[in-house]
Design a protein around this ligand. Structure first.
Ligand SMILES: *[C@@H]1O[C@H](CO)[C@@H](O)[C@H](O)[C@H]1NC(C)=O
Ligand SMILES: *[C@@H]1O[C@H](CO)[C@@H](O)[C@H](O)[C@H]1NC(C)=O
Ligand SMILES: *[C@@H]1O[C@H](CO)[C@@H](O)[C@H](O)[C@H]1NC(C)=O
Ligand SMILES: *[C@@H]1O[C@H](CO)[C@@H](O)[C@H](O)[C@H]1NC(C)=O
Length: 703
């Protein structure tokens, strides 16, 4: 009886229940879709994914899924249908070469292109200008001298170069604006150059470094030095800023660099192979733009990029140091097995995407990812620019680098760790024919990591290549600024030794080569000695590769601690047959015997001169000005372009003119002096980070 009643009720309810289940399934998908839609950006919704019968069946039939994959691929090889599909599915590109394939030649510039999909980080407005009395000052110049002779000489070089321009009409925008920037720093009456930018002036692909550091940087420098804001210039910087912003329109909001804007596939990720130093692009300029225009958009993308970077500091071979190339796409493709299990339907941060004419599913990671299959994971000296830029951003923002209580990683602390790591791993004492004791030079390094089961930790060997490039001189600027801002006197000594090392190299070789491979001074050695070097070559010193070979770590060991060992990884190993033993020199090369390899340079040592500015303004020691004078007189001024002359004139002017207070400016990567604004607030109780806050770091072991 009871059973029959139950059965009856069941029959009645069955249809309703079925309806309910269907409705909730439908509701679930709509809801999930909605979240996807909100999470991802405008064009990427996963609607077609859910309508796709075959991939819906995928959890039970993995093979069926494979077949559909191949079927679908066909439509991705056709350009017009690819660009149609791209409205829904972002494309994952390896590098700029691959992006080149999708350039639209006949791009109609009137057609509105892919707009930047605005996003704002929830944040309260930071009173970035306020600093407490504890905030340190870089500028310690107390007695103001004026050296009229040097100033006249600089003005002479500058006017001579300007006067050699035969036809102003042929000057490009960046030259015109950089002339304005130089004149405004020198407080010269500005020449009447016109600056107009129309959309078609933006090149494609857009070189962000030129547009942000050179063009935007000049404009910001000019605006900062003027009392009243020129509305035309303001409009121009907004147009350029908004154009640059478009390169951040990617699923993880990291920029595509270089930026292809005339493209048939505007819905895309940042490149899988992104030069790490390029991530420094726009940071200083966008922060200043945000200060000037009060547009939080510029501030937000910088804050977001910095947070993404600081979330990624432990994911690479050396903690807190990024290799030269990283995967900035944030796309971690789901494996076929995981798709077969239906993971792509369950997780909310999965985006169906396209790569190499195939559909893939990306799990969107809010971090940088390691590049796979990279030989030796080199860290070249150009990556120093990233850390120097973040440090300058810290100073520009008066110590407020988006510190949030809820953020899992402090950007400033990550920066401090990076600086410490750089100081610990990337410097060496060069073996040169010089009797100076305290010389240091930075070197590129390579890494090798394997998991040691017995020790239960990752063994990382760090190989120094003893390869020096001109941009390594930025390390001196990095260390001297941080010695003041983060209160560590050891770093200013390191900075002095690096600048002296570069100057010694300059004196020995009459240049700082584009690349030079040197030797490290072994503890028992004094000044460079050719016979000792020949003995080293014969003993196989250069060939002994002490980089440990081992099992490459897998993802599962990422959370294990790392143990570092410093080793040699000579980039060049000389042979006995290469040397002329009688004359103690190379047989085939004209360069000196203490140089193992080199590429001649013709460019002036901008980075070295910048480091002199900080050293002089911080220590007020006259020797840095004397080095500057020597460099100034050894440069072939008549050979330089207008832009390079401008850079040198600005740098030397700041070095010699004591009125230029280095705290009032931040120097960007093209050496434009962007005004920094700050107000000392006596009531502010802000505490600033110092190196004491990160005391517990890994110890380094030398071989
Ligand atoms: C640069 O300035 C000159 C002189 O005013 C002008 O003729 C030229 O068109 C300008 N070039 C650009 C790209 O604005
Ligand atoms: C700049 O121009 C003003 C008038 O416009 C003139 O009095 C002054 O001497 C000029 N300064 C220089 C350095 O040429
Ligand atoms: C930088 O390196 C020098 C020399 O190895 C060391 O004495 C100093 O403590 C280091 N400074 C920091 C902040 O790590
Ligand atoms: C800076 O460091 C020195 C010791 O090296 C210490 O005496 C001083 O109080 C520190 N200053 C600040 C502001 O932390």
């Amino acid at each position: 009886m009871f059973l029959r009643l139950l059965l009856h009720t069941w029959r009645k309810c069955r249809s309703i229940l079925l309806l309910l289940i269907t409705a909730s399934v439908l509701f679930y998908y709509t809801f999930e879709n909605e979240i996807e839609h909100l999470n991802s950006f405008a064009y990427t919704d996963s609607l077609p994914l859910i309508q796709n019968q075959d991939s819906h069946n995928a959890p039970v039939a993995g093979s069926a899924d494979k077949i559909t994959h191949d079927e679908i691929s066909k439509e991705l090889t056709d350009k017009s249908s690819l660009s149609e599909k791209n409205k829904y599915f972002p494309i994952l590109l390896e590098n700029s070469d691959e992006a080149l394939k999708y350039r639209s030649e006949n791009y109609d510039s009137k057609e509105p292109f892919h707009p930047f999909h605005p996003f704002y980080e929830k944040k309260t407005v930071i009173p970035y200008k306020q600093i407490s009395k504890q905030y340190p000052q870089l500028n310690r110049v107390s007695s103001i001298h004026s050296n009229a002779l040097i100033k006249d000489e600089l003005l002479y070089h500058w006017t001579a170069r300007i006067n050699r321009i035969t036809d102003h009409a042929y000057l490009d925008l960046q030259t015109n604006i950089s002339i304005l920037s130089t004149d405004s720093l020198l407080q010269r009456n500005e020449s009447l150059l016109t600056v107009t930018a129309v959309l078609n002036k933006f090149d494609d692909p857009m070189d962000q470094r030129v547009w942000s550091s050179e063009i935007l940087g000049s404009l910001l420098a000019v605006i900062g030095n003027r009392k009243e804001k020129n509305p035309e210039l303001l409009q121009l910087i907004t147009i350029i800023g908004e154009m640059l912003l478009r390169s951040y329109d990617t699923p993880n909001y990291l920029p595509q660099i270089p930026f292809f804007w005339k493209t048939s596939v505007p819905n895309r990720y940042a490149f899988k192979k992104t030069k790490t130093s390029m991530l420094a692009t726009n940071i200083l300029e966008f922060l200043t733009l945000s200060h000037i225009t009060n547009d939080p958009q510029f501030d937000s993308v910088v804050s977001h990029s910095l947070q993404t970077m600081s979330r990624s500091v432990l994911l690479f071979d050396i903690d807190y140091l990024f290799p030269s190339f990283v995967d900035a796409s944030g796309c971690k493709p789901l494996s076929d097995e995981k798709i077969a299990k239906g993971d792509h339907l369950r997780e909310s941060n999965v985006l169906k995407s396209m790569q190499n004419g195939k559909y893939i599913h990306c799990v969107i990671k809010e971090s940088l990812l390691p590049q796979h299959n990279v030989d030796g994971n080199p860290i070249t000296l150009d990556t120093i620019d990233l850390y120097l830029t973040v440090l300058k951003a810290y100073h520009l923002n008066n110590g407020n680098l988006f510190e949030k209580r809820e953020a899992e990683k402090s950007i400033t602390k990550s920066l401090l760790h990076s600086i410490k790591m750089i100081n610990d791993t990337m410097l060496f004492q060069p073996w040169l024919p010089s009797d100076l004791e305290d010389l240091l030079l930075p070197t590129s390094i390579k890494t090798n990591i394997h998991f040691d089961v017995l020790e239960d930790r990752n063994e990382v060997s760090i190989g120094k290549e003893y390869k020096v490039t001109p941009d390594g001189a930025k390390m001196s600027s990095l260390l001297s600024i941080s010695s003041v801002l983060f209160n560590d006197s050891s770093l200013i000594e390191q900075a002095k030794a690096i600048t002296k090392g570069y100057y010694e190299l300059y004196k020995l070789l009459d240049q700082i080569p584009d690349v030079v491979a040197l030797d490290r001074k072994l503890p028992t050695f004094g000044m460079f000695d050719p016979t000792a070097k020949i003995a080293l070559i014969k003993s196989g010193h250069y060939k002994s590769n002490t980089m440990q070979q081992g099992v490459k770590i897998t993802e599962t060991t990422e959370d294990k601690s790392k143990h570092y060992t410093n080793t040699d990884a000579h980039s060049f190993s000389p042979n006995v047959k290469d040397i002329n033993e009688e004359q103690l020199c190379w047989k085939l090369h004209t360069w000196p015997f203490y140089v193992n390899d080199m590429v001649v340079s013709t460019r002036p040592p901008f980075e070295l001169i910048e480091s002199l500015i900080y050293l002089y303004k911080i220590t007020e020691d006259y020797q840095w000005k004397l080095i500057g004078e020597d460099l100034m007189h050894s440069i072939e001024w008549s050979q330089l372009t207008v832009a390079d002359t401008g850079k040198l004139v600005r740098l030397f002017y700041a070095l010699f003119e004591d009125h230029v207070n280095i705290d009032e400016y931040v120097i960007n990567s093209k050496y434009h002096f962007i005004a920094r604004q700050f107000e000392v607030n006596p009531t502010s109780k802000r505490i600033y980070h110092t190196f004491d806050d990160i005391k517990e770091t890994n110890k380094l072991m030398n071989p």
